[in-house]
Design a protein around this ligand. Structure first.
Ligand code: ADP
Ligand code: TRP
Length: 318
């Protein structure tokens, strides 16, 4: 494949199994398939600033995402890994998009509507309101072809295409229209309470959990009392064990929830341990992590600067 692929992750906390199977693992697979193209994966720290407004937390969470990226197999030789705030053209271009976008249009964004539903309009920051324009800038600066995201981000990619079209119409052909690459619907991974695994429900199993955390999380998985196959246990097990083997285990242990949970604990430990150890190794080597970010910054800046100079010429400010 020879495409320009780009995606961003907000630094908002530890990744869990849902994030990994629903999104991160597929970044790594795409990176490896896109041998002849260019891949950008960035830490969306200016997006996160809408919620994370504490200096040490921001520093730590941003660095955590880089370490997570490297742990799951994003490879700085194959992908440009950078921080959004290191490339000032993102916010500069977002401003220009703000000026060609109307308020009613932005009011249609799901993220804005959700924020209003949660806290009332008075508490929604102007940054949350205009965030689709920053996201459009993130994508359009790099002539991106494909944006791998979860279903929840599809509307933002449509906003990005609309914005590119509008700019091209007003100022002349400047931006390439990107396509969303909606990540394969890995069935929603359930959390320990049976609802969707999510940071906001406190029901997650961290991708880097310790053995004790794994045990605690698995013992707390809610099992239904009727079925012979505990479906939440099975759904998590299915992610890490080949289907054939799994069916045999669940056939042989019908109704034996305790044994099935013990097997899941062992399998999760074996799956997570190497991941956790790899992460610990990378986290100790901060020189390497910072070098990755520095190289990513140089590469991303060069591309973003060139695009921004086209934009400035097109609008008549250069
Ligand atoms: P959270 O709900 O924990 O805050 P995010 O909204 O940050 O997670 O999710 C980031 C990405 O991870 C989403 O776009 C989605 O693709 C994936 N994801 C999150 N939770 C799950 C889940 N339980 N099952 C499958 N995919 C998930
Ligand atoms: N909005 C995305 C999210 O909440 C994160 C993001 C910011 C992003 N900029 C992006 C994703 C550009 C893809 C491309 O998950």
């Amino acid at each position: 494949m020879s495409k320009t692929i780009l995606s961003g992750v907000k630094p908002t906390g530890k990744p869990h199994l849902g994030n990994y199977f629903g999104a991160m693992r597929q970044f790594m697979e795409l990176q490896n398939e896109n041998e002849k193209g260019t891949n950008y994966f960035f830490i969306a720290d200016y997006h996160a600033l809408n919620f994370v407004q504490n200096v040490s937390e921001m520093r730590k969470l941003s660095l955590d995402v880089v370490i997570d990226f490297l742990t799951i197999g994003l490879d700085p030789k194959k992908s440009v890994i950078f921080k959004q705030s290191d490339v000032q053209e993102h916010t500069e271009l977002a401003w220009i998009f703000d000026t060609i976008t109307t308020v009613p249009y932005l009011k249609r964004a799901h993220a804005y509507k959700d924020a209003v539903t949660k806290g009332g309009e008075e508490d929604v920051s102007a940054g949350t309101f205009t965030y689709p324009m920053l996201m459009a800038a993130d994508i359009l600066l790099y002539d991106t072809d494909l944006v791998p995201v979860g279903q929840d981000q599809k509307q933002h990619i449509e906003f990005t295409r609309d914005t590119a079209e509008k700019f091209n119409r007003i100022f002349g052909e400047t931006f390439k229209l990107p396509d969303a690459y909606i990540l394969k619907d890995v069935e929603v991974v359930p959390g320990s309470d049976g609802r969707k695994m999510s940071k906001s429900y406190n029901n997650t199993i961290s991708l880097f959990a310790s053995d004790e955390e794994i045990e605690k999380a698995v013992w707390s998985i809610v099992t239904d009392s009727e079925g012979e196959v505990p479906k939440n246990v099975f759904a998590i097990h299915k992610l890490i064990k080949p289907e054939g083997e799994l069916e045999k285990i669940y056939d042989e242990n019908k109704g034996k929830y305790k044994i099935l949970k013990e097997i899941l604990i062992d399998d999760l430990k074996n799956f997570i341990r190497p991941m956790r150890e790899r992460r610990e190794g990378i986290a100790k080597d901060l020189d390497f992590v910072n070098k990755v970010l520095e190289e990513g910054k140089q590469k991303a800046q060069a591309v973003a600067r060139a695009k921004m100079s086209d934009v400035k010429r097109a609008i008549g400010v250069s």
